[in-house]
Write a protein that binds this ligand. Structure first.
Ligand code: ZN
Length: 249
């Protein structure tokens, strides 16, 4: 049986699946994996949350990076993998997409906002750290590049930051709780493009498995959790899912 047939069969047997995505699904859209060798974080140190809040010069550096295009989050489009996941959600097969990515590509591919659980936040907009008010990046960019002044909240004057979870920042409680509930409610946990090394997010696959769900891992490289999985495929996600999703529907 081909790998796509095996994955299609697991999906066909599932009544409620959860998809868990990492950088690997978005590298196929041209977004670099920050943590990989040669990735962005191997060339420049991430700015911790504590530094961002305490030191204006680090805040300036963070905004300069955000608008330099180095992250390639802006302007990237979803690929076949994202669209296949969106079809699985639309079919009612997948109840939630838990993602470690901050690139907004699941929403961009048509997954409703309330079906996407972002463990590391979202880089496509900013929020005020004081009052939570949302700020659009395009507005901040024009102001910051035009005046050189650090972005401040138009509502309360507080510090504004992209809506990502930075190094040193607490995990988002509501998202973590929803991810856990979805994990415990699923009968198939499908990992797409995560090396499963960043905890606590990487704890969800084994939680699902211990709770009786099947576990499938699709990742280009082997992961530490491959030995626990019912199906492991070291393949590209887009081409594989492009075959699987029509088969599984
Ligand atoms: Zn504010």
């Amino acid at each position: 049986m081909s790998s796509s047939d095996r994955l299609a069969r697991l999906l066909a047997q599932s009544r409620r699946a959860v998809v868990f995505t990492g950088a690997g699904i978005s590298t196929e859209s041209g977004i670099p994996d920050f943590r990989s060798p040669g990735g962005v974080w191997s060339k420049m140190t991430p700015i911790s949350f504590q530094d961002f809040v305490a030191r204006p010069e680090r805040r300036r550096e963070a905004w300069e990076r955000a608008f330099s295009g180095v992250t390639r989050w802006q302007g990237a489009d979803p690929n076949a993998g994202h669209y296949a996941v969106a079809r699985l959600v639309a079919q009612g097969k997948v109840s939630a997409v838990i993602t470690q990515n901050v690139d907004n590509l699941h929403q961009h591919s048509g997954v409703p906002d309330d079906k996407v659980i972002e463990l590391h936040g979202n880089a496509s907009f900013a929020t005020c750290l004081e009052c939570g008010l949302r700020h659009e990046l395009e507005v901040i960019k024009q102001s910051f590049l035009g005046t050189g002044e650090l972005p401040a909240c138009r509502g309360c004057g507080g510090i504004v930051k992209t809506a990502t979870i930075s190094f040193g920042q607490a995990m988002p409680e509501a998202a973590m709780a929803r991810a856990e509930a979805e994990t415990l409610a699923c009968d198939l946990f499908l990992v797409l493009g995560s090396s499963l090394v960043v905890y606590p997010a990487a704890g969800f696959p084994l939680l699902a498995k211990r709770n009786g769900a099947r576990l499938a891992i699709v990742n280009r490289e082997p992961t530490d959790q491959d030995g626990y999985a019912d199906l492991v495929l070291h393949e590209e996600i887009g081409p594989l899912l492009g075959q699987v999703v029509p088969l599984a529907s």
